[in-house]
Design a protein around this ligand. Structure first.
Ligand code: MCN
Length: 800
């Protein structure tokens, strides 16, 4: 991997920025020396098991818990009614608008269940095995109700997921470029194109996906002290504390949430879960510590799912392939309940369907619908992979219509390097980017022309193995903040991030961050940043996170925000440390503050070799023996950062796939991605992030998909049926970067945590469809299994 700089990062003396350090947290993470939530043992702790509904929609007519109560080791069995007082309501943080219909979501159902897997009773026992055995003895009588399982059916309201709401539509949300003044009227552009141009009308399906993290979700609640302490495998300890306080009436000061090391989340732990609330309710009720750890099957069934949209698209263009307008009509499945991000997920895509392209008219509508399936919320990329998929598929279709290379059609439509900053038709201002540079580099690394030549040869010789080339030139809006914009979207929380730096007497540094890593390597990257800024050794920096008692303020980790928002807060705190240390250094050096310069981790007197290290100033401030008049004996500092804009990474991904037209089998030949994420802090971490994201995006294209039967039972309920890829299923990726730093932060970084997952899905499907063009195929429904590919070849069109 090489990095092309067109503006060097603001890097400090230690040269830590851009260093490929191995992750300091890995030692404990991969040698079993860490403490996951499930490892926590407290004196007298009870274990919980959940009794879950097998029905998608049913009235609970009776729950008989007597046999379960008599079972060995059982301390209590609780129905929804038993814990009704203390269980709170699972809160929704992002009501799309005042009209949004949000069904009450109780952690333990009381009268009715709205999806299979919903909790109907909780068993507490001395051991997990005893709790599970007893759970089998809970006898629940249900009266089945009609279930709505299909999105289009849900839109008709013929069958209601929640009869009391009177409709399945939770909310309708619209972005109209003409109405908001960022563009013209889309209907007019479509009408013009129908007269004298090109109109493409397509419908794409974003299948339902299931986030699969390594560590299943687990919660321990200790209600015995002055405070309620909750250890939980979550991405959002601060949001959980707030929502728990808001829904139970407990003051935040009495709630301590600890996210110990968390084994992955991918958006799946960006949630306040029924399991967390139920564990807390039962622990409070019994006055004893309780632990619940889900099984993998429970995780698949009842952790929230992702994607699940039907996208209806109308694209208008002139005869040369210059796009003039885009109309997007989405149906988005929320499942049975509305989660923390919930209806906000498709809305995140609203600004991304126009992607890197400039055109005049844009209209986006999403209708979020309730169904009797597991609830849907954020999954890596949340809203942006869906949008990127649609526009990148459409760009390929447009290229075919115009009869030019798909790269050419993109180049014709994208925002040029010299046009940045650029305000898009959706109303976002992209601060920097260079699509030409990323694409040129990707093309070269890919061997684009050679592969096109090979494709031609195979086509001409009717080779049973055809070659397809897939392109995805993408951007995304990440770094979730700015609070002001999130507020205008009704998002319940802000988007700022906080940091504290404590300069310890020995010269060591403690960094407290409000973000909550769950596999991203923040301890390493944040240490690099602080070492660089303060000129202290990397090894001397300790990063603390994920405990609301230590990191009081925070907005947690999701939306590739941690570096862009969280680490910028760290940088600002570090700069305050330097500002506070300077007068003390001047005093100790008997010089005026104006003569002090801070370089290489030392405060020096200009024009002399007199100097003092940051560590020495830290010691002096700790003793307080010899400080300037009025100086406080501390150089610690806090900072909160709320950026003025989102972060807009971009990139060009190219993929070559061989398709066996006799079997429908697909084989990836080559995958090249050139991402532009501004300044890179740690290339090794970035490489890992890109690889992980790529595999998730490729998996959506080729393998993964949640399927329900017509009773509402999840039939892909295990990893035998839900085909999560392993490293053996993928190839070695070629990754590289260009650098267009963000213009509104000191580090110039852009997020990377979701890039691979956003960009790769359309690259893969575009490659498969490209291979099948000679067979009249213009789409393959995801996941593109051999069966679907083969059927599409036979039919000459997509087959679901
Ligand atoms: N980084 C960097 N230079 C950049 C950009 C990022 O060195 N220019 C580094 C950062 O320092 C950080 C990592 O890359 O260590 C990811 O940074 P960022 O893009 O800020 O993303 P977040 O840390 O906010 O992580 C969230 C993102 C999301 S939204 C999902 S989903 C996801 C992901 O990260 N889930 C993950 N990556 C994951 N990785 C693991 N192992 N597990 C998950 O659950």
């Amino acid at each position: 991997m090489t990095i092309t700089e067109d503006r060097p990062a603001e890097s400090g003396p230690a040269g830590e920025i851009g260093k490929a350090r191995t992750r300091k947290e890995d030692q404990r993470l991969i040698t079993g020396r860490t403490r996951w939530t499930d490892n926590i043992q407290l004196p007298g702790m009870l274990h919980l098991a959940m009794v879950r509904s097998p029905f998608a929609h049913a009235t609970i007519t009776n729950i008989d818990v007597e046999e379960a109560r008599k079972s060995p080791g059982v301390v209590g069995v609780f129905t929804g009614r038993d814990v009704a007082d203390g269980q709170g309501l699972i809160a929704n943080a992002w009501p799309l608008n005042g009209e949004q219909k949000t069904p009450n979501h109780l952690p333990v159902a009381v009268d009715r269940v709205a999806c299979a897997g919903e909790i109907v009773a909780v068993v507490a026992a001395r051991s997990a095995a005893e709790a599970r055995d007893a759970a089998e003895l809970v006898d629940v009588d249900y009266d089945e109700l009609p279930a709505v399982l299909d999105l289009k059916q849900a839109a008709t309201d013929e069958v209601l997921a929640h009869p009391d709401l009177g409709t399945n539509t939770s909310a309708v949300w619209t972005l109209d470029s003409a109405a908001q003044g960022s563009g013209t009227d889309v209907e007019q552009e479509i009408a013009k194109a129908r007269e004298n141009g090109i109109v493409l009308e397509r419908e794409y399906r974003q299948q339902r996906l299931i986030p699969a993290f390594m560590e299943p979700r687990s919660t321990v609640c200790d209600p015995t002290g002055e405070q309620l302490t909750v250890w939980t495998s979550t991405q959002v300890p601060h949001i959980l504390r707030f929502l728990l306080a808001a829904t139970t009436g407990m003051p935040e000061s009495k709630i301590r949430i600890i996210a110990p090391d968390v084994g992955g989340g991918f958006g799946g732990k960006l949630q306040t879960t029924p399991e967390e609330f139920a564990t807390i309710a039962v622990a409070r009720r019994l006055g004893k510590p309780c632990k619940y750890t889900e099984t993998r099957s429970e995780s698949i069934l009842s952790g929230h799912h992702g994607r699940d949209q039907i996208q209806k698209l109308t694209l208008a263009a002139d005869r040369d392939g210059k796009v003039t307008g885009l109309k997007v009509e989405l149906l988005a499945d929320l499942g049975a309940y509305v989660g923390v991000v919930g209806g906000g997920v498709p809305v995140l895509g609203a600004w991304m369907f126009n992607s890197i392209y400039k055109f005049d008219a844009y209209h986006f509508t999403v209708r979020t619908l309730l169904t009797n399936k597991t609830w849907v919320d954020a999954y890596r990329g949340a809203g942006r992979p869906e949008a990127t998929y649609a526009i990148e598929r459409l760009m390929d279709e447009l290229a075919v219509e115009v009869g030019v290379d798909p790269l050419e059609i993109r180049e014709k439509n994208w925002i040029k390097h010299e046009e940045f900053p650029f305000t898009t038709v959706a109303g976002m201002t992209y601060d920097s980017g260079n699509y030409e540079a990323a694409t040129a580099k990707a093309k070269e690394l890919f061997g684009y022309d050679e592969l096109r030549a090979e494709q031609k040869r195979r086509r001409e010789s009717n080779d049973p193995v055809q070659l397809g080339i897939g392109i995805s030139t993408f951007t995304e809006m990440c770094g979730l903040a700015p609070s002001r914009i999130l507020g205008s979207l009704n998002y319940g929380a802000g988007g700022w991030e906080s940091a504290s730096i404590r300069m310890l007497a020995t010269g060591k540094v403690e960094v407290i961050t409000g973000v909550s890593p769950h596999g991203q390597g923040h301890e390493t990257a944040w240490s690099q940043i602080v070492a660089d800024r303060l000129g202290v050794p990397f090894e001397d920096v300790e990063v603390l996170h994920g405990d609301t008692q230590i990191a009081h303020r925070g907005m947690d980790t999701y939306g590739s925000r941690s570096l862009v928002v969280g680490a910028e807060a760290v940088v600002r705190a570090a700069d305050k440390v330097i500002d506070k240390a300077k007068p003390i250094a001047a005093h100790l050096l008997e010089a005026s503050v104006e003569d002090i310069e801070f370089t290489g981790g030392r405060f020096g007197v200009k024009g002399t070799d007199k100097g003092i290290s940051m560590g020495e100033v830290a010691m002096a401030s700790w003793t307080g023996h010899n400080l300037p008049d009025g100086a406080e004996p501390s150089i610690d500092a806090d900072a909160t950062f709320d950026p003025e804009n989102f972060s807009f990474p971009h990139g060009t991904h190219l993929c070559a796939i061989e398709v066996d037209t006799e079997t429908g089998g697909t084989k990836m030949r080559k995958y090249v991605c050139v991402d532009d994420i501004g300044t890179i802090i740690n290339p090794l971490i970035v490489e890992g992030q890109v690889h992980g994201g790529l595999v998730q995006g490729i998996a959506q294209a080729l393998w993964e998909g949640a399927e329900y039967d017509d009773q509402g039972t999840l039939v892909t309920g295990s990893f035998v049926d839900y085909t999560l890829p392993t490293s053996a299923d993928t190839i070695s990726f070629v990754t590289d970067h260009t650098t267009s730093p963000a213009t509104y932060t000191k580090l110039g970084t852009k997020g990377v945590g979701e890039a691979g997952a956003i960009a790769s899905t359309p690259a893969v499907v575009n490659a498969i469809v490209d291979a099948l063009r000679p067979f009249g195929v213009d789409d393959v429904v995801m996941p593109c299994t051999p069966e679907r590919v083969w059927k599409a070849i036979q039919a000459g069109h997509p087959v679901t």
